[in-house]
Design a protein around this ligand. Structure first.
Ligand code: HEC
Length: 181
């Protein structure tokens, strides 16, 4: 039995009335789910176009990258200034480390020398090389003074301003110059 003899095909053939050399064009509509996927895709494309190209509410990849880099930068700088407490042993070792003292020397010249003098001999701020300490002369006490400052007396707070390594650095420097007036 050929295709055109099939009674069902004959019926369709009549409906759309199109057959050529025995090849019949059928009218098979797309499945409903397929049509919906197509319609939704068109809607999505339309909204996508409006969002990114017309209203300007959609960010480009470059803008998104810029925003995340700024966030990252913020997190990095905050964590860089976050103070890490050391145990007493670690502190003891840290303030004897020549590299730490070296970093402290440059930080001291940049941030502390204008008040404490280039040789720690004292100006507005007290001498840091003698045996007299207002707030205590042990490494722990000096560290506390540097971290918290003495705001009422004009000594700034350095925690959150200097990096922990720089704070330990100036502490190490002061410690190394202690009692060398
Ligand atoms: C704006 C001036 C100023 C700057 C800058 C400054 N200090 Fe001071 N510092 C002072 C003053 C004033 C005091 C005395 C506080 C008091 O009388 O209680 C002081 C006190 C101190 C003390 C305590 C001394 C003691 O006898 O107990 C230490 C330690 C110290 N400063 C370290 C530092 C370090 C380290 C830096 C730099 C990171 C620094 N200071 C920067 C003004 C300053």
């Amino acid at each position: 039995m050929s295709d055109s003899d099939n009674p069902q095909n004959q019926e369709i053939n009549q409906k759309i009335n199109h057959s050529y050399d025995g090849i019949i064009e059928h009218n098979n509509p797309m499945p409903t789910w397929w049509s919906w996927v197509f319609i939704l895709c068109v809607c999505f494309a339309f909204l996508y176009y409006i969002h990114y190209e017309v209203s300007g509410t959609g960010l480009t990849l470059t803008q998104e990258l810029k925003i995340s880099m700024e966030k990252l930068e913020k997190i990095r700088s905050e964590s860089a200034l976050k103070f890490v407490d050391l145990s007493e042993d670690e502190l003891e070792r840290k303030i004897k480390d020549p590299n730490v003292i070296k970093l402290g020397a440059s930080t001291f010249q940049a941030k502390c020398a204008m008040c404490h003098g280039e040789k720690l001999e004292g100006k507005i701020g007290p001498n840091l090389t003698d045996t007299t300490w207002i707030h205590g002369g042990t490494p722990k006490e000096i560290l506390k003074t540097i971290r918290e400052g003495v705001l009422a007396k004009g000594m700034p707070q350095w925690e959150g301003v200097l990096k922990p390594d720089e704070i330990y650095g100036v502490l190490a420097l002061i410690h190394s110059k202690k009692q060398t007036p």
